[in-house]
Write a protein that binds this ligand. Structure first.
Ligand SMILES: [Zn+2]
Length: 223
């Protein structure tokens, strides 16, 4: 944009990356992981709430919800006078990993592809807490007394029923009880211990997120 007789106003803002998700703790977790895996994300992540669940919707209803998301993202970008580089949408599947995981993601990403230049559907199985079970050292280092029972070591944590219950009833039996606001701190602890790259066990949604961040970092936010 230029003004007659004035100097050209350069676009100083880097394009933003928008984080959407139902819960603030989940968005905090996502922010921590994006910044850890892709330092270029720092300073350009913004959050929005008020989004509707996409993984439960199909057809016209899914399109309607994505359109609402698109409007929220655009409004947020307009507020910052910034362009949108990419969008991450976090959702908990609220059930274990299974045959429907891939079709759901494919359906949602296809709908997102029509509304955004680039976007990623972060579909956690069963929920974000399942990722925390991959880092027993971080759990133990965060709160004295917390201990992941050996039966969960090296497991596919996406196949465990109700990981939040496992954290509350089995891991924090000693020490204070786990609460949802601990989730970001567990991940921060895993990072400070140098454990983020070596999870104990597996989880398809964890790996998917890592792959998506890598692609995003290389293709969507470069420059
Ligand atoms: Zn991206």
């Amino acid at each position: 944009m230029s003004r007659k007789g004035g100097t050209r106003i350069a676009a100083t803002k880097r394009p933003i990356v928008v984080l959407a998700g139902e819960a603030s703790n989940d968005r905090r977790c996502l922010r921590i992981l994006l910044e850890a895996y892709c330092p270029d994300m720092r300073g350009r992540l913004v959050e929005i709430n008020g989004t509707l669940r996409l993984c439960d919707a199909t057809g016209i209803e899914l399109e309607r919800r994505v359109e609402r998301l698109r409007r929220l993202v655009n409004a947020r970008a307009a507020r910052d006078s910034a362009e949108v580089a990419c969008v991450f949408i976090h959702e908990d599947l609220d059930r274990t990993d299974g045959a429907d995981y891939h079709p759901i993601r494919e359906r949602v990403e296809k709908a997102l592809g029509k509304a955004f230049d680039s976007a990623h559907h972060v579909l956690a199985v069963w929920e974000t807490e399942a990722w925390l079970l991959l880092f027993p050292d971080a759990l133990a280092a965060l709160v004295a007394g917390w201990k992941l029972p050996q039966k969960y070591w090296g497991k596919d944590t996406g196949r465990l029923t109700d990981p939040k219950r496992i954290l509350v009833e089995e891991i924090s039996k000693s020490g204070r009880k786990y609460r949802e606001s601990d989730a970001p701190d567990v991940l921060e602890k895993a990072i400070s211990l140098g454990k983020l790259g070596s999870p104990l066990g597996s989880n398809r949604s964890w790996k998917q997120l890592r792959d998506d961040v890598g692609r995003c970092c290389a293709e969507h936010i470069s420059g």
